[in-house]
Design a protein around this ligand. Sequence first.
Ligand code: X6L
Ligand code: MG
Ligand code: MG
Length: 166
Amino acid sequence: MVEATLGLGSNLGDRAAMLRSAVAALSAADAVAVTAISPVYETPPWGPVPQGPYLNACVAVETSLPARALLDLCLAIERRHGRERAVRWGPRTLDIDILDYGGQHLDEPGLALPHPRLVERAFVLVPLADIAPGLVVEGRTVAAWRAAIDASGVAARPDISLTGPA
Ligand code: X6L
Ligand code: MG
Ligand code: MG
């Protein structure tokens, strides 16, 4: 079994429902157990494409799937949630990124581990620090990366929970 961390994002449709349904779909997968779920944050869109604000969260999973199979599962779940890839870096109903897979380093088409830009992105680091502060990425803990980044604009949404009843 490997512990992996995943980043979830949505800025189209019923964003909270997308994230909740994504967690349910991961939990329902035979070879995946969801072991931690972060709070939900509303975050300003980052990147070159003007688009609406995101809800972001992170989850930790234990899985017997190899990294590539876990990626394929994430992409299949995205597609079931209406994910279209019309515009690179454009708005999406659901995004599920593998952030870390047991500390493994990999650089393959479509799958780079740990996620190469994770430490630059407050919308990833803030929820990740909630569930995996001691995870070491690029020689520093997630907590240390989190403490060093400008997270202004990343707003907790305690009114939205991915655990328990909606
Ligand atoms: C220059 C060129 C500067 C590209 C930044 C940043 C590209 C982020 C893609 C970039 C660049 C991304 C989310 C998001 C996206 C999300 C929030 C991406 C992929 N996904 N913003 N923007 N949350 N808040 O999940 O991360 S597009
Ligand atoms: Mg992403
Ligand atoms: Mg993605």
